[in-house]
Design a protein around this ligand. Structure first.
Ligand code: ZN
Length: 90
């Protein structure tokens, strides 16, 4: 018989970053229009500067309303998923 057990800190590990951290997003440089990949976990950090690999200028990550809503929805979905997992474990 296989027993499934969550780590004690499972809850802490469950985050947007752990879900999507490996995903890559396309970022377009506002200066030279070069499109490059940025990891989701980096893209989550609003206000962070990332260097454009093409023209080397710093690009500030600004979350618009659509992005904010998407992130909030994803966080809500993860919370519900977490709740479902807890009930499953009972
Ligand atoms: Zn650029």
């Amino acid at each position: 018989m296989i027993k499934l057990k969550f780590k004690n800190n499972f809850k802490d590990q469950l985050s947007l970053e752990s879900f999507f951290g490996d995903q890559k997003l396309d970022i377009k440089c506002p200066g030279c229009e070069h499109v490059f990949k940025l990891s989701f976990s980096d893209a989550l950090q609003e206000g962070r500067f990332v260097p454009c690999p093409s023209c080397n200028s710093d690009i500030e990550l600004i979350h618009d309303d659509v992005t904010k809503k998407t992130i909030a929805d994803a966080e809500k979905a993860i919370k519900e998923f977490e709740k479902a997992l807890k009930q499953f474990g009972k």
